[in-house]
Design a protein around this ligand. Structure first.
Ligand code: ADP
Ligand code: MG
Length: 412
């Protein structure tokens, strides 16, 4: 179906044409009418399938630009995602008079406050910064919000975020529509969905297939001591336009970056401990293809749209079953081809076996193939994360004694 067949404001259609969007993606087709109808919605579709615009186009259509109030609130887990999200909405809303804005940590609240007091119709926010505003200022008024969106909804309902979400929702007691978008929906959050969504319409595409079909899943079984060498050899022999290389901790990322800098020229390292201006600048340089290899913690694991990334490499095996899907989903987006390469050691064979089964992945092995038939036991979730459990603010995510030192870094 084409956007021109929808009853869109001509200003939106003009913007979409300029953006090169002609046909709706499947998730956009399925969610457009439910969103306009005002119903609650749960929308699940694989990474890179166009969920931002699926949400953004009908919401921009619904906003009344003559009413100077926040009418749509979109919550996202990371600062970078807030920026990317608002850029897409900015493009969609360019000719409409609708004013989108994003607030997130690491930037001056004073500047953000001035903009909020002036004119914002659609607000994209990370929960932490929004709560700062709600606690400490009167600059954010949510009383006119008609639609609340949780992007990466499953992440937002996990420990570390859920209290923030509860707090934000408690500031919005008036009637409104709630939309959840996600690529993964673990069963654990079913109960929470029924708490937050009222008789939702459920749109779940490709339930059987969590990753895009254009993504090929490669694995290499290696000894922990040989892994660095295996990675270097892999990077040398592969035709890589750009690669994201994931580590599970800041410390490990730093070590790896130093090692790679000896062999390769164009390396960046992104993690949550960097000052915001550095984070933004590295992301921008990576986007502009000025960096070939970017080492990253899970900060870069969710939602970010890096269209040039040819390879996603799990140097450290990801924590949690969904994390594999999100990390690797940074490539192979919108039908482009992409390669995921994951290094696996003996320790991870149990979780690997169940991950392959759950995601219905047909692995391509490099070198020795481990005997997965012989691996029986799965040792539970290795990320130490639990749903539902409440923690007091301030939040720094997830500590589990036996995993200390192996914890993924905070997302925002
Ligand atoms: P998701 O949130 O599902 O992972 P995104 O919303 O980040 O996916 O979109 C992935 C890419 O697809 C983006 O680069 C976006 O600009 C592009 N895109 C979205 N909708 C369309 C469309 N209808 N036609 C062409 N490109 C699109
Ligand atoms: Mg997204």
């Amino acid at each position: 179906m084409k956007f021109s067949e929808l009853d869109l404001k001509p200003e939106i259609l003009k913007a979409l044409t300029n953006m090169g969007y002609q046909d709706l993606t499947p998730i956009q087709e399925k969610t457009f009418s439910p969103i306009l109808s005002g119903r609650d919605l749960l929308a699940r579709a694989e990474t890179g399938s166009g969920k931002t615009a699926a949400c953004g186009i009908p919401l921009v259509q619904m906003i009344d630009p003559s009413l100077n109030a926040i009418q749509v609130l979109i919550l996202v887990p990371t600062r970078e995602l807030a920026l990317q999200y608002v850029e897409e909405i900015d493009n969609i809303a360019k000719h409409t008079g609708v004013a989108p804005f994003a607030i997130f940590g690491g930037f001056s609240m004073e500047i953000q406050k001035a903009k909020l007091r002036d004119r914002v119709h659609l607000l994209v926010a990370t929960p932490g910064r929004l709560i700062d505003f709600l606690y400490n200022t009167t600059a954010v008024d949510l009383s006119s919000v008609r639609t609340l969106v949780l992007d990466e909804a499953d992440e937002m309902l996990k420990m570390g975020f859920i209290e923030d979400i509860d707090f934000i929702m408690s500031s919005m007691i008036h009637k409104h529509q709630t939309l959840f978008f996600a690529a993964t929906m673990p069963n654990e959050i079913d109960r929470l969905i029924s708490v937050y969504l009222k008789e939702p319409i459920r749109v779940e595409l490709n339930k059987e297939q969590l990753s895009p079909q254009s993504l090929v899943h490669h694995f290499q079984y290696t000894d922990r001591h040989d892994r660095l060498n295996a990675l270097i050899q892999y990077l040398k022999r592969e035709k890589i336009s750009q690669a994201l290389i994931f580590c599970n901790s800041r410390h490990h990322g730093e070590k790896l970056t130093k090692e790679l800098e000896r062999k390769f020229k164009s390396i960046g390292y992104i993690h949550g401990g960097l000052e915001q201006w550095k984070r933004t600048s590295i992301f921008e340089r990576f986007r502009q293809k000025k960096i070939d290899l970017m080492v990253a913690t899970d900060l870069a694991g969710r939602g970010l749209d890096f269209s040039h990334v040819s390879h996603v490499i799990n140097y450290d095996y990801p924590f949690g079953q969904e994390s594999y899907t999100h990390r690797t989903g940074r490539t192979g987006r919108m039908g482009r081809s992409g390669i995921a390469m994951t290094f696996v050691t003996d320790q991870e064979l149990g979780v690997l076996k169940s991950m392959l089964k759950m995601n219905r992945i047909d692995p391509v092995w490099h070198g020795n193939i481990p005997n997965l038939q012989a691996v029986h036991k799965q040792y539970g979730r290795r990320d130490g994360k639990k749903f539902f459990k409440k923690r007091s603010r301030p939040v720094s995510r997830v500590e589990s004694p036996q995993l200390t030192g192996m914890i993924p870094t905070p997302l925002s």
